[in-house]
Design a protein around this ligand. Structure first.
Ligand SMILES: [Fe+2]
Ligand SMILES: [Fe+2]
Length: 338
């Protein structure tokens, strides 16, 4: 349960939205809250479409965190030193925690966690397409931290101001942890770039493979994003896909220079007129292919998730049995005291 969201001090006008009987009045109160840039809390009335959009977005986000543990998890047993292993373990564990906060945030919207997890396992629910690419070398782990977590931060910082309170609050903590993830990735790559020619070549190869899929993490171009206008009006999304992508490119070019790697796009160049970097068009056919299940690792990722869930049945059963036993004991103690 995401109890933090249920009773928020200082949110005095909650009752105003909950009390009116008439849907039009409720809608007007909701709209007024939106235009005042206020927060919506779980106990507030909200339009069904707003609730549905949030459940979809928050659960996709949760699935991405959980599936995102897998590509890097493959390298925990092969990390090149104890220090790197400890860092990677902490990072992968953080991603599991992000998934759990987000499933809890979705539950505050009356979504059932079992249904959400079933939708992931049956292939009905989407998760970030980036996690369907393989991690072939240790440099991939560094590049995921630097670029994938870097792109995630760019995407998620505006979500800290999202209109739905529990989601916004979850994102504040998540972004702090993502920032550590990005720095540890950059640091691992910097160590390799100061190493041998073979290590530098490994980093460059990883950057070549990840750069374009990372740019696609921001989603389809604005002109093809059908839901964007509505999610912007609802204060769920604050910055458009293309604007976020541009911010990421502009910030990353300088970091690549410090690292000493070449970003694999001959069209990448400073445009003085726009005061931004231009970059080549992305292969959106590849994006749709991967998101619809046909990326290099989609089947492997889902099979691993399903197996982990099935292997964990005994833990869930034991936890429920323990909770039932404890409730019984407490009820007995109450009876004895009465
Ligand atoms: Fe995360
Ligand atoms: Fe992360």
């Amino acid at each position: 349960m995401y109890t933090q969201s249920l009773d928020v001090p200082g949110h005095a006008d909650s009752a105003q939205i909950a009390a009116p009987q008439d849907d039009e009045v409720r809608q007007a109160a909701f709209d007024a809250r939106m235009s005042a840039d206020g927060k919506i809390e779980p106990q507030d009335w909200m339009p069904a479409a707003y609730r549905k959009t949030l459940v979809r977005q928050i659960s996709q986000h949760a699935h991405s965190e959980i599936v995102g543990m897998l590509p890097e998890g493959n390298w925990i047993s092969r990390a090149p030193s104890l220090k790197r292993k400890a860092i990677l373990l902490a990072k992968v564990q953080d991603e599991g925690g992000h998934g759990l906060y987000l499933y809890s945030a979705a539950e505050t919207l009356d979504a059932s966690r079992d249904d959400l997890v079933d939708a992931l396992h049956s292939g009905k629910a989407k998760y970030s397409s980036i996690f369907n690419y393989p991690t072939l070398t240790w440099a991939d782990v560094g590049v995921i931290g630097w670029l994938v977590d870097g792109a995630a931060i760019m995407n998620q910082i505006p979500l800290c101001r999202c209109s739905y309170g529990p989601y916004a609050r979850a994102m504040i903590r998540i972004c702090k942890e993502e920032s550590f993830h990005q720095r540890q990735g950059f640091d691992a790559l910097l160590a390799m770039m100061r190493g041998t020619d073979a290590q530098r070549a490994m980093v460059q190869d990883a950057v070549d493979r990840w750069w374009f899929p990372v740019l696609m993490m921001f989603g389809p171009p604005d002109a093809a994003s059908t839901n964007s206008a509505q999610t912007m009006a609802w204060g769920i999304k604050r910055i458009s896909n293309d604007d976020l992508r541009q911010k990421f490119v502009d910030a990353t070019v300088e970091q690549a220079r410090v690292l000493g790697v070449t970003l694999p796009d001959p069209g990448l160049q400073w445009n003085a007129e726009r005061a931004h970097y231009d970059y080549s068009p992305l292969d959106w056919d590849e994006f749709w292919r991967v998101i619809n299940g046909d990326g290099p690792c989609n089947r492997e990722r889902l099979a691993t998730r399903v197996k982990a869930h099935e292997d964990g049945v005994w833990v869930r059963e034991a936890a429920l049995a323990h909770a039932a036993k404890q409730a019984e004991r407490e009820a007995g103690e109450r009876r004895a005291a009465a």
